[in-house]
Design a protein around this ligand. Sequence first.
Ligand code: AMP
Ligand code: MG
Length: 490
Amino acid sequence: MAIAPPRGRTLEELTFDNSFAALGEAFVELRTPEGIPGARLVAFSRAAAELIELRAGEEQRSEFAALTAGNALVHGMNPVAARYGGHQFGVWAGQLGDGRAILLGEVRTSSGAPWELQIKGAGRTAFSRFGDGRAVIRSTVREFLASEAMDALGIPTTRALAMAAGDEPVIRETVERAATVIRIAPSFVRFGSFEIFHYAERHDDVRRLADYVVERFFPVAAAAEGIERYARFFREVVERTASLMAAWQSVGFAHGVMNTDNFSILGLTLDYGPYGFVEAYEPGFICNHTDEAGRYALDRQPTVGWWNCYALAEALSAVLPEAERRAALVAYEPAYWAAYVARMRAKLGLFDERDEDGALVPDVLDLLAARRVDWTNFWRALATDIAPARTLLGDDETANTWLMRYAERVAEDPRGKAARQAAMRAANPKYVLRNWVAQRAIEAVEAGDDSVVQSVYAVLRAPFDEHPEHAAWAQPAPPEYAQLSVSCSS
Ligand code: AMP
Ligand code: MG
């Protein structure tokens, strides 16, 4: 009898390339993580581990916990901190990072797809400025859960493999405990990775970085030569960014700190800090209490996404003439609307296209805003039937006018009701990561109980399923969590 070999590789069998580190000393500082002695493994994502083809069970080894906590490396890793800058709240801020993330290496998978492993919170680097290089349990639980939740919602994002926590005190607004997260992505290059070289007038380094990214991740651009190569590249970045902004709107995700150092060149959601999913719908929802002016309010995100592309265009001026930069930027708005309309049509369960569909979305948004209806729950209710949607929206003339228009429209759906509702339940999650649920998981980890974060993770990995035993997590905050606020401190 043939016994199938176990799938995937052990930690020691992983093989690493270090292509980003190979760009050289202008791009990185060689830096060994400074771990958290005695830290424990708190959470693990099997879904993320599959991406790097890590064998099931490896997470139970002490070597895995040691890697996650920054206390050990795996043979073949060449850890570095990457250099980047960025515009913070619209102002060029110079060099910013990586102040507390260390790129460990790049796993070579059997398909050829590269996955970079980064550890966040493993001590200072040459780019730490005044920071301590640490992260805390609170911010790390939030990054771990949101990364894996966004992916399950179908939104491009960096991923989180695992998190660890220790007893080492870290000073924030209060004294907290040190934690680390291992996150993974094909690349962590940011808009600010280009800007830092542009503003230092190191134009050859801008070109080297662009060539590096194009060769690895932009095959359509890589097939072209000369200016066309960079034109295709930048245009694709613009389109991916626009499409990401639309995806955020569809789930009510507010990033909180949309600085150009937090914008991925691959169009991934990157750097989960004071983010929030809107609950009682408010177009101008501000999730980050440090952002008093609301620069990054929910409804400003699409415009800020454009502005960030504009900042990137500047940074690419050594490789791309102005006419091509402008032409690519013009593609942002149509790309945004195409992605937004597709996502909203799916949420509404509209199959064939009609002229009159256009007004359904803005009209219901006005209603949701006027009545501060829970964003996620409204859409989920609509996927169930008209009556539960009415319960949330209100049983008055204005609400019923919209509901009747909607009911008449979907009555003509060629798919039939059951098929439409199934499709709508797959487009309207029951679960997003509500702040209060994250807070409950954080408090449990701080008290030494890691079971809540694993349960929340499991629910968020299947956000379109009912999970009746966790139905409370689909509800607004109970009174004891009603006053939560989130700041930049992480
Ligand atoms: P953020 O606004 O969180 O993206 O942070 C901006 C920059 O500050 C990032 O590039 C981080 O690397 C750096 N940074 C944030 N917190 C710390 C810290 N505790 N220690 C060192 N650097 C930090
Ligand atoms: Mg950041």
